[in-house]
Design a protein around this ligand. Structure first.
Ligand code: SAH
Ligand code: SF4
Ligand code: F3S
Length: 437
């Protein structure tokens, strides 16, 4: 019997927040997680500030907890993540039911913050402390876990794209030492993990190893039992020769790369302060494909950036046609407080919506084609969980496609060769051939 208190965490935004939510839950000793807010003694929202809609969701979610708090006055409500960092004081003012606010670089101090709220006081910590939060937190628990895990290796961003809040919410670029990352990866493998995705806002700027991210990947590839390595998100300007080469030479590095370009117009790229051109991006993709011909590419796009003309948008469509993406994310520009682009006039909203629709139609078509082209191929699949239908297993292929397999021998954590037989709406169907790891 435990009398542990219950913690409900809701995570918004990027994979780095998913990783942070796990680590926050682990630092809160005496709490166990629940997926029902109404059962919770503490509710923590791990938030995202990237676009206006993302940030506004936080306030509407908090509004929903009003009744819970009046029924259970001891309930603690906390806001973490990038909205906490950007609007900490304002959250406290706008939503009196919030007890604590903690920024992404200060969450190792969560247990103290919670203590400070025990007599009804409020606690706020949005420092960018000198100390490394990862060395201040206790070791990770030893429980078994799912076969694919995220591992943050780099945080923050020094790029200052004109539209983006990340350099302000996450602070300057900092890399974790490779020895620390390798220890954490070994520990994950002992707990059943077979695939790690290395995370960073600018992950290929990683400098915690003498030879950068490529050096780290090669060291991680030495770990027995760790079968697959991925990384995200990269900036085109930090893709060095060693990392390009690793895509062709390191068999554990998966052939999938998320490499955002944002726009295909040099005029807009310049206004965005991206410091690369459409041409240099396309040349980079060519070099990557020379190293690894079957590399699946994914990207991010912003349409309707201030000053974007019809011609600029056409240039984006041309770039997409030339690159041929396996998947992609596209967004309508959202002006964010404190960023240089927010000073400029927005383009017509209806026009931006129409451009987004066109771009998404093209990207969906490419995604569909890439998925359909898998039919008949043999791919490797890491099984992650049981499918919704009885007797089915679901896993991810090397190219990150979801693959369903009906096979009684397939088990979670196994990697198998699978023959793809059908392409469905959002996933592939395959036949189990043989176990490979
Ligand atoms: N560090 C990554 C991802 C940053 S945020 C990178 O450099 O690519 C993820 C994506 O959100 C960005 O790639 C961009 O496409 C989008 N995004 C960022 N700020 C935005 C804004 N103000 N409006 C619309 N989309 C935005
Ligand atoms: Fe934002 Fe640009 Fe940094 Fe990516 S590289 S996090 S888009 S500032
Ligand atoms: Fe959002 Fe912060 Fe990630 S703004 S995208 S949660 S780094």
């Amino acid at each position: 019997m435990t009398d542990a208190k219950k913690l409900f965490i809701k995570t918004y935004g990027c994979q780095m927040n998913v990783y942070d939510s796990e680590r926050m839950a682990e630092t809160l000793e005496g709490y166990e997680q629940t997926d029902r807010p109404e059962d919770a003694d503490m509710i923590l929202l791990n938030t995202c500030h990237i676009r206006e809609k993302a940030a506004e969701k936080v306030y509407s979610e908090l509004g929903r907890y009003k009744n819970l708090k009046s029924e259970k006055p001891d309930l603690k409500i906390g806001v973490a993540g990038c909205v906490a960092q950007a609007e900490g004081e304002e959250i406290m003012k706008r939503q009196p039911l919030v007890d604590l606010v903690v920024g992404p670089q200060a969450y190792h101090r969560l247990p103290d913050l919670v203590k400070r709220t025990s007599n009804g006081a409020k606690a706020l910590d949005t420092d960018f402390p000198e100390e490394d939060k990862f060395t201040r937190m206790k070791g990770r628990p030893k429980a078994r876990r799912a076969p694919a895990a995220f591992l943050t290796v780099q945080e923050g961003c020094d790029k200052f794209c004109a539209f983006c809040v990340v350099p302000y919410t996450r602070g300057a670029e900092v890399s974790r030492p490779s020895s620390q990352v390798i220890r954490e990866a070994q520990d994950l493998v002992e707990r059943g993990v077979r695939e790690v995705t290395l995370l960073g806002q600018n992950v290929n700027a990683y400098n915690g190893h003498d030879t950068g991210l490529a050096g780290l990947i090669w060291d991680l590839a030495e770990i027995d039992g760790l079968e697959r390595i991925r990384f995200t998100t990269s900036h085109p300007n930090d893709m060095d020769d060693a990392l390009i080469a690793a895509h062709g030479e390191c068999s554990k590095l998966m052939p999938y790369l998320h490499l955002p370009v944002q726009s295909g117009s040099d005029r807009i790229l310049k206004a965005m302060n991206r410091k690369h051109t459409a041409e240099s991006y396309i040349r980079l993709i060519e070099r990557l494909r020379d190293a690894r011909p079957d590399l699946m590419l994914s990207g991010d796009f912003i349409v309707g950036f201030p000053g974007e003309t019809e011609q600029d948008f056409e240039d984006t469509l041309s770039l997409v046609r030339e690159v041929r993406y396996g998947s992609a994310y596209s967004f309508k520009y959202s002006a964010r407080p404190g960023t240089p682009a927010a000073e400029k006039d927005d383009i017509d909203g209806a026009e931006a919506t129409e451009r987004l629709r066109k771009l998404q139609a093209l990207l969906t078509e490419q995604q569909r084609a890439a998925q359909d082209a898998q039919v008949g191929n043999e791919v490797s699949v890491l099984f992650e969980k049981e499918g919704r239908q009885e007797g089915q297993m679901v896993g991810k292929s090397d190219y990150l496609h979801a693959v369903h397999v009906a096979h009684e021998d397939a088990r979670i954590g196994q990697i198998a060769k699978v023959k793809i037989v059908e392409s469905g709406t959002n996933s592939l169907k395959g036949e189990f051939l043989r176990e490979i790891a």
